[in-house]
Write a protein that binds this ligand. Structure first.
Ligand code: 3H9
Length: 703
């Protein structure tokens, strides 16, 4: 392997280049390379200044995440960054792409920083359950005001170069060629006689307000980052930057980092980092299958879903033909898209001319014939089997040969839909989540006859429109909604057993779900789930209590937020959810009528019943081959269903509890609750009794 760190001399300026594709992540070899080069440069008296830059698409994008699993080998980060900072001649970091994590920390150990205007600087460590561990917590607040440092690290959002310049993180912006500009900057330093400007020797900026600022952030973190350790540790490290000297601060940072790296939170987040990249690799699909080109997308249905999908496409400059049945529908759809963009403009996230450019890429049409030029057509009408089948028959008649026909169904049988066409190999499920322009997840459903290159194209499209695409096979509800079914069933059953809706939702939210499931129903519309169940009533359990609360609410027209009441009341201008005594009384009456024992399940029981039912279903999906990997299920749930990332997804969470514990509890529920719902999945039983885990099983499947 070639050396990841090399340098050349340019008339007194040493230009060090880090070259370790794909993203110059820092591993042992890279640290050793930096150490070697900086030690060597010490001996070269002709060198008057150093430029440190990277080859490839980006500056260092962080520590090599794999090293957290194996342990960080010598030389350590502190040793190497100290060596850089100790240089007797000025060191200039020249940054392009994204300096992330250890990348930003290396730049901070340099004495000066220049950057391309397109560059960005970030410290996203909290998203991995750790804190900047290469001196970032101590150096950043010595370069930018403490408040900016706190925001950067708490949000994890990279700062664009122009903002970094304003904050003092960058000394000069460069356009054009970075290398000569950085060399010129270094020469100018030499000419002016400017020596090294060591970050550790600077005072913390804004230290006088630190106490109030950090106290406010502690309150904020307690609310917005519930159950997490790393944000609190981050605040401790920043407090240390203010209270202690630099070296003592570094020691505390190192101690906190070591604790966090091996904690479940960090392991869960690392698991997701790998899982989100793994989803793109489909077992059995050759790596060299080329995607079909997608230059124009057609969308059928201009409702909330179709409009959201159109926005996803035009946001990345893919032109869209948007078809609907009536001019009124189209007008309403386009107005909604404009309104959504308008909101972004008002918030300052989008320029007015960008909005107009994007809108101009949408061609509205009432004629299916206009879809003939589309490379991909996505049907996004409401969930009605007959209508979808009719649309696919029509699409088959107009679409050009090789065009991909996608359906946005969330539950229906795509094999049957594909059978309406003479080209089932071109048909695929593209299940977007509402609002499609916001939600991260795209379930890609490979039907029985879907061609491999159609799957590859869908994965490629997901990446292009900045979504996480996860491949599933056909079954009712695919991965996400199928696992939602038993989860919601238990929540609804719990309210019949005497827990209030607020108790059920609070148990789930305290555990970490973004929103309790009953509040989710209110938000999405209680009618949606009810009507979907009605369509397949003959397949559902003959249990009068099954999803009974939703049926009662539906019958009264209390269908959620849009009606002002559902499981909760939504009164006043703020429409804040408040408990509804009438609903609680209604549930109690119904429980009495159905003679349901009043167990009054507590928070732990609610949490376990809902989550373990979901996990058990996940195990069934794996056995049936609907989900390709346990980690895919974790990606679906964290990207699309508000499952807390720091718990790693349902299957990872089950592994952290130990599958035996989960299995034992399910068996207990089988004995104490309705046994028809509590049959342990055979895979779960097998793994639990053999002391294995979903992760272990996944590794064995791939072997
Ligand atoms: C840190 O720095 C801690 C420090 O404080 C020090 C503590 C002591 N490591 O995403 P892509 C791989 S924490 C290892 O598809 P893109 C990735 O797996 C770190 N590998 O590209 C993939 O491999 P494969 C803070 C990494 O263009 C390939 O590179 N840094 C790492 O869409 C391409 O990745 C972060 O959290 C890594 N750090 O996006 C940054 N990064 O092809 C994480 C990438 O085999 N990375 N790979 O599947 C990113 O956000 C994106 O990768 C980036 C490029 C924006 C850079």
């Amino acid at each position: 392997m070639s050396d990841p760190v090399t340098y050349t001399l340019d008339d007194g300026i040493a230009v060090i280049t880090i070259d370790s594709p794909p993203v110059n992540a820092v591993d042992q070899a890279l640290r050793a390379g930096l150490k070697k080069v900086f030690l060597e440069l010490r001996t070269q008296s002709a060198v008057k200044a150093v430029v440190l830059m990277c080859a490839g698409k980006t500056f260092v994008a962080g520590a090599d995440i794999k090293e957290f699993d194996t342990g960080i080998a010598d030389p350590g980060y502190h040793e190497v960054l100290r060596l850089i900072e100790d240089s007797a001649v000025p060191v200039v970091a020249a940054v392009h792409g994204t300096a992330l994590g250890a990348g930003t920390e290396i730049a901070l150990a340099c004495h000066y920083r220049v950057a391309l205007e397109s560059a960005r600087f970030g410290l996203p460590e909290l998203s991995l359950g750790i804190i900047p561990g290469a001196g970032g917590t101590q150096r950043l607040p010595r370069v930018v005001p403490l408040e900016v440092a706190l925001d950067m690290m708490l949000s994890g959002k990279p700062l664009p170069a122009a903002k970094a310049l304003q904050a003092g993180l960058v000394d000069a912006l460069v356009d054009g060629d970075l290398r000569p500009a950085a060399i010129a900057f270094a020469r100018e330093l030499v000419r002016k006689g400017a020596g090294p400007r060591r970050t550790r020797e600077q005072a913390v900026k804004g230290a006088e307000n630190a106490a109030a600022l950090i106290a406010a952030k502690r309150l904020q973190v307690a609310k917005t980052m519930r159950n997490r350790r790393s944000p609190l540790a981050l605040l401790d490290a920043l407090q240390a930057a203010v209270d202690l000297d630099f070296d003592q601060g570094l020691q505390l940072e190192a101690k906190l980092s070591a604790q966090l790296e091996q904690a479940t939170e960090a392991k869960a987040l690392r698991h997701l980092f790998y899982a989100e990249r793994e989803v793109r690799k489909i077992p059995g699909l050759a790596r060299d299958i080329a995607p079909r080109p997608v230059a124009r997308v057609g969308i059928v249905g201009s409702g909330t879903m179709g409009g959201g999908i159109a926005m996803c496409c035009v946001n990345v400059s893919i032109p869209v033909t948007l078809v609907d049945a009536t001019p009124q529908n189209l007008e309403r759809g386009l107005a909604l898209i404009r309104k959504n963009y308008q909101r972004s403009v008002e918030r300052g996230n989008l320029k007015a001319e960008q909005m107009e450019q994007r809108l101009a890429l949408i061609t509205p049409s009432l004629d299916f014939g206009t879809l003939a030029t589309a490379d991909l057509i996505i049907e996004a009408v409401y969930e009605n089997f007959a209508l979808k089948k009719e649309i696919f028959a029509k699409l088959d008649a107009v679409a050009k040969p090789g065009a991909i026909l996608g359906t946005n169904t969330s539950t229906l049988d795509i094999d049957t839909i594909a059978a309406e066409t003479k080209r089932p190999q071109d048909v695929i499920g593209l299940h977007f989540f509402s609002p499609a322009n916001v939600m991260q997840l795209l379930e890609i459903v490979q039907a029985g006859k879907t061609a491999p290159d159609v799957v590859v194209t869908a994965l490629e499209l997901a990446k292009r429109i900045k979504k996480t695409g996860v491949v599933a096979k056909v079954c009712y509800g695919f991965i996400g909604n199928r696992m939602m079914d038993p989860y919601g069933r238990e929540a609804e059953r719990c309210v019949l057993e005497g827990a209030t809706p607020a108790e059920v939702d609070s148990a789930l939210e305290q555990w970490g779900m973004a929103m309790g499931i009953l509040a989710v129903y209110d938000m999405a519309g209680v009618d949606i789930g009810y009507l979907t169940r009605l369509e397949r009533a003959e397949l559902l359990p003959k249990d009068p209590s099954f999803y009974r609360p939703s049926a009662l609410l539906y019958a009264r027209g209390w269908i959620g937020q849009k009606a002002g009441r559902g499981y909760y009341r939504y009164d006043g201008a703020e429409r804040k959810r408040t408990p509804d005594p009438e609903v609680i009384a209604m549930l109690a009456d119904e429980a009495q009528r159905l003679a349901i024992p009043q167990r009054h399940p507590d928070a732990l029981e609610i949490e376990q019943r809902c989550l373990f039912a979901m996990i058990n279903e996940g195990a069934l999906l794996l056995e049936e081959g609907i989900a390709l990997r346990a980690s895919d299920i974790d990606v679906v749930y964290t990207a699309g269903y508000g499952f807390p990332r720091y718990r790693g997804g349902p299957m990872f969470y089950a592994d952290t509890l130990g599958l035996k514990a989960v299995y034992d509890r399910i068996v207990e529920f089988q004995q104490t609750l309705d046994p028809q719902y509590w049959q342990p999945a055979p895979l779960l039983k097998k793994l639990a009794l053999s002391g294995s885990s979903f992760a272990q099983w996944q590794v064995e499947q791939i072997r």
